[in-house]
Design a protein around this ligand. Structure first.
Ligand code: HEM
Length: 270
């Protein structure tokens, strides 16, 4: 059962994760039942499931870094649930897209083949499907640890594709894809730090600070490549405190959770 650990004991951590994974679906179901999702219901469902899939994907990728920083090994027991939920939301995202196209499968296939942002979204979904299908104990046993790890490292390129897909269709609402891209870069940097530099309170605080210019640079690149808006002014806006929290600041604040996790580890060990 999903809320029990391997020893058959109730696991509050797994129960909380299950609640987190189901909450967006329940909220969308409630919205559908009460007609609060706006006039374009299928578009809203497609949008929300896409966003939640990407959020859960990043949460899945955060497990190993958090485990490294906190030494809390039980975190590994929720990674599979987060990963499979990522796929479930991504699959629902595709189904709502197909429904929005009035189930015209030929049109859907040609749109996926012809529109670049849909093609990379589809590739990302395919890779997610392979990972979800090989997430179960029997598959892990059959593949062997080394091959399973090699196969599952495809999660990094598939995340890049999913982020690219989200950014390409974001038009001018690029804040959330920028924050997600910033968080992905931060998680990759923690992986890179492992074994090269100490992963501790000081280096993780430096990382959170570094995410300010790095995320601003991601946003700069997006505006420079995809719009006529002066990208340098958007970059500067990230450091103007009078403006609403910009993606760079939001990303840095979220990444601050990592040094805080390092403090929590110290406190626990005391
Ligand atoms: C066959 C595969 C896919 C199709 C056909 C598809 C289709 C779409 C469409 C039509 C949109 C635009 C929605 C809007 O206007 O708000 C969109 C946006 C999005 N998709 Fe996908 N998608 C696919 C795969 C994925 C995957 C695998 C992920 C994540 C893991 C994903 C995440 C997103 C996100 C985050 C957005 C942005 C929502 C926003 O900020 O407006 N998609 N997708």
């Amino acid at each position: 059962m999903l809320i029990y650990d391997r020893q058959g004991r109730f696991s509050p951590l797994r129960a909380a994760t299950l609640a987190l994974c189901c909450a967006p679906a329940l909220w969308l179901g409630w919205g559908l039942a009460n007609d609060t999702l706006g006039p374009k219901t299928l578009e809203a469902l497609n949008h929300e499931t896409g966003v939640w899939s990407l959020r859960l994907l990043l949460a899945t990728l955060a497990i190993s870094p958090l485990r490294l920083i906190t030494g809390w090994n039980k975190l590994i027991t929720i990674r599979r649930m987060l990963g499979v939920s990522t796929f479930a939301y991504a699959f629902a995202h595709l189904v709502f897209y197909i429904a929005d196209q009035k189930f015209d499968l030929l049109k859907v296939a040609s749109e996926i083949a012809l529109r670049f942002y849909l093609t990379i979204g589809f590739l990302s979904l395919l890779a997610l499907g392979v990972l979800a299908a090989t997430s179960f104990d029997a598959a892990v046993k059959r593949l062997g640890a080394a091959r399973w790890n090699r196969l599952h490292s495809v999660v990094y390129p598939l995340t890049v594709l999913a982020l690219w897909h989200a950014a390409l269709q974001a038009k001018l609402k690029v804040s959330e894809p920028t924050i997600m891209a910033g968080l992905f870069v931060a998680l990759m940097l923690v992986r890179f730090m492992r074994g090269r530099v100490p992963v501790n309170l000081v280096t993780l605080s430096a990382l959170a600070l570094l995410m300010l210019p790095l995320t601003a640079a991601i946003e700069y690149l997006w505006y420079a490549a995809a719009t006529n808006i002066p990208a340098a002014r958007v970059f500067a806006a990230n450091f103007a405190l009078a403006l609403a929290p910009r993606p760079a600041l939001v990303t840095a604040m979220i990444v601050l959770a990592l040094p805080l996790a390092a403090i929590a580890k110290r406190v626990r060990s005391l």
